[in-house]
Design a protein around this ligand. Sequence first.
Ligand code: NDP
Length: 248
Amino acid sequence: MADRMRDQVVVVTGGGRGIGRAIVERLFEEGARLYFTFVRHREAAEALVARLAGVEALACDGRDPEAIRQAVETVLGREGRIDALVNNAGIAHSGLLAMTPGEDLDRVIQTNLAGTIHWSRAVLRPMLQARRGAILNIGSVSGSFGLPGQAVYGASKGAILALTRSLAAETVGKGIRVNALVPGFIDTEMTAVMPSPARRAYQERVPMRRFGLPREVAHAALFLLSDEASYITGQTLVVDGGLSSLLV
Ligand code: NDP
């Protein structure tokens, strides 16, 4: 066990599976006191809690501001503070905008964007009082580049990058840092549903010719949350095997 996050109280949204789980595991190894949310997959959440002593799972739908308020109160009641928040919870959506039903649109925007805004707002009060905090938002390369079928998902993720910059501007000088992490294609249940030909085609477009591992994203998350990033705010770190920057 190392100690880059020793005794820091961290909340990870959607931490029971995929990238969120890898972030919980990595921060746990560095001594953080962890709380993570889940909504549908209780078994996965319970399995993680059983594996990592002291880590707690909170049933909390990120689309519900009242549930978020209660989750924040629970953590503050136990710990008295929240040092860091990782806005990781998200759902994928693929479909041409003209064919996208309104309810799908609402679900994606509420989960990916509104959830991130509600969670950030809820932790800001205790962070501002403590004059200390780090918020890390998980975006996507779809938030920066045009891809057919990604208009709604890409909009939800692009807006997270805008939120990151303005929230960083609002909190700079108050002990709070706000950054974003942009994963490329990462091996999780979210990408496991891709049909094999599509997966192979995307893999060919990645300069490293492979999808990333959740743990490779988690290493970058640890850095941005830790005091090693004490002079970094309002930034976006891209973890995508070269996808967005190399023409090879
Ligand atoms: P997964 O589908 O593996 O996991 C999604 C997580 O989000 C789960 O823990 C899920 O909880 C949680 N979640 C979904 N909806 C809600 C909600 N309404 N309230 C609370 N939690 C919710 O996805 P990934 O791990 O792949 O993705 C994690 C993040 O990374 C997402 O924001 C995604 O958009 C982003 N991302 C992923 C990429 C990839 O290639 N995998 C690429 C770029 C970005 P539960 O287990 O209870 O369902």
